[in-house]
Design a protein around this ligand. Sequence first.
Ligand SMILES: NC(=O)c1ccc[n+]([C@@H]2O[C@H](COP(=O)([O-])OP(=O)(O)OC[C@H]3O[C@@H](n4cnc5c(N)ncnc54)[C@H](OP(=O)(O)O)[C@@H]3O)[C@@H](O)[C@H]2O)c1
Length: 279
Amino acid sequence: MDGRALAERVRAEVADEVAELGGASLATVLVGDDPASEIYIRHKHTAATAAGIRTDDKRLPATTTEDEVLTLVAELNADDGIDGILVQTPLPAHIDESRVMRALDPVKDVDGLHPFNAGQLLLGQPTFVGATPLGVMRMLDEYGVPVAGARAVVIGRSVIVGRPLALLLLHANATVTICHTRTVDLRAHTVEADILVAAVGRPGVVTADMVKAGAAVVDVGITRTDAGLVGDVDSAVAEVAGLVTPVPGGVGPMTIAMLLRNTVLAARYRRGRLAFPAH
Ligand SMILES: NC(=O)c1ccc[n+]([C@@H]2O[C@H](COP(=O)([O-])OP(=O)(O)OC[C@H]3O[C@@H](n4cnc5c(N)ncnc54)[C@H](OP(=O)(O)O)[C@@H]3O)[C@@H](O)[C@H]2O)c1
């Protein structure tokens, strides 16, 4: 499943929508100097600018206090010129990530990490859902992978990927199993999967013997090695699976594209083109 080509199409659609809306804007907050986070932020800004989205790149040193981050979030909430706010994670260990997410104005929370938006997804009335899970669903749709009635196994239960993706698959009527470090006999679950998603961050977590013939395999994992970026899924899986996403060039580009899509959604909500549920 070619995420790069699909992401390019989504980005072109977003650019048209931004033009039609007369603009949209995204503020990102990066605390500290984690090299991977810096790369992600750079990609997000480049893609947003190319789609006509105005960006505001807020950077704070690793020594920033939690209160200082909360003050910045309050300023961005109050700034009428900003549609979407993304606080890049992970935040430094001394900052309570969930407290920062709770401080976001839900109508600007493009990562869907405020409890209001996370709750809306749980209830089956999604508002903002994280870009990575949305990107995975869009790829499955694009490649005609049947989801209703399928057995889906998601390895990983993070709030940013595994959990929201499992809920999206459930809402699309898959029968969903979520696996994690305490799962006993991971393979017993994965071999049953028509749709297998690995969102772990450990190369080789999924090997060919763990995959059902013809399954759709989505590799969310990204690990930086001397040989470049690698996913969670062994290359030999391609010989067993019906479809597989590459790393790089799979979920990564789709995540960026869906973040832009969520920024347009924020602009629509904020301009009253769509009703944001009362909160
Ligand atoms: N492509 C993209 O755009 C994109 C976007 C976001 C993340 N990512 C990548 O996706 C990966 C996951 O990200 P994340 O933020 O979800 O990571 P995370 O918060 O570290 O979560 C990893 C999950 O994997 C589970 N896990 C770890 N080792 C396991 C094992 N041996 N067997 C089964 N489950 C195991 C953990 O279980 P426990 O809960 O039991 O600890 C946890 O739920 C990372 O490589 C990240 O870089 C990629």
